[in-house]
Design a binder for this molecule. Structure first.
Ligand code: APR
Length: 228
């Protein structure tokens, strides 16, 4: 039975109006990673970090699905084999399209208690010192995996990569590990590999097939070919 593992990155949501990180003028051109996406940055200036994620949460809440999100949800419904979507994105658009998805970097709509590890649905706006609804400690933080922290669901993802017949990376620059190394794990287990991106990436050499173009077009075409 065919098993497809799909890794998605910020490029999948670019056409939904959500900025990517490393493209021209991207998020990391506007903010320093060490200030807004590290535990040290949060310790130093929690207000700056909370406001960074508040802005992204509000943007994501208003973002519209694009054809690529819809095509992947259709693939999950109609493909006769298993389709696992692992996303580095935190914008919630896969779920809005009806996909089941593994969030390896957390999600904007999630809140986490730094004191007791309790998780709950994040309010649209969070502030430093927000109390945990379970232990009441003023220790709420975005449930986002920051640089220097361990991505979520890594064992489950490794098992999927070991058993997949096809690995597809969509809209990711292949610059952040462990996600950038998934293609090597899939290759080691004999999978076919496809990269869908606007242009070449740091890991393009590891892929057997490259579909170059905007995700809304290339993913839709790729899914149609697979299903027909
Ligand atoms: N269609 C397809 N690909 C696109 C499109 C598009 N419309 N627009 C941009 N891209 C591609 C770019 O060419 C690039 O390869 O999407 C990729 C975006 O790369 P990044 O901005 O680095 O985003 P991503 O790979 O998801 O970053 C990985 O880094 O900062 C951390 O945690 C953050 O999850 C993020 C991780």
């Amino acid at each position: 039975m065919e098993k497809i593992v799909i890794l998605t990155g910020a490029g999948l949501s670019a056409e939904s109006g959500l900025g990517t990180f490393r493209d021209e003028g991207g998020l990391w051109a506007q903010h320093r990673i060490e200030d807004v996406a590290t535990p040290e940055g949060f310790q130093r200036n929690p207000r700056l970090v909370m406001d960074f994620y508040n802005a992204r949460r509000e943007q994501a809440a208003q973002a519209q699905l694009n054809a690529a999100h819809k095509a992947l949800a259709r693939l999950q419904k109609e493909f006769p084999g298993e389709v696992i979507i692992v996303t580095q994105n935190v914008d919630g658009l896969h779920e809005k399209a009806g996909s089941a998805v593994i969030h390896m970097h957390g999600a904007l709509d999630g809140a986490l208690c730094a004191a007791c590890d309790h998780r709950w649905q994040a309010p649209l706006r969070m502030a430093p010192g927000d109390a945990c609804p379970k232990c009441n400690a003023p220790a709420a933080r975005p449930d986002i995996v920051w640089f220097g922290e361990i991505p979520y669901h890594m064992e489950e993802i490794a098992a999927h990569l070991a058993g997949c017949t096809l690995f597809v990376a969509i809209g990711t620059s292949g610059q952040v590990y462990p996600a950038a190394g998934f293609v090597q794990e899939a290759l080691m287990h004999g999978a076919q590999t496809v990269e869908i991106n606007l242009n070449a990436t740091d890991v393009s050499g590891a892929f057997q097939t490259h579909l170059i173009g905007p995700a809304s077009q290339e993913v839709t075409r790729w899914v149609e070919n697979l299903l027909n």
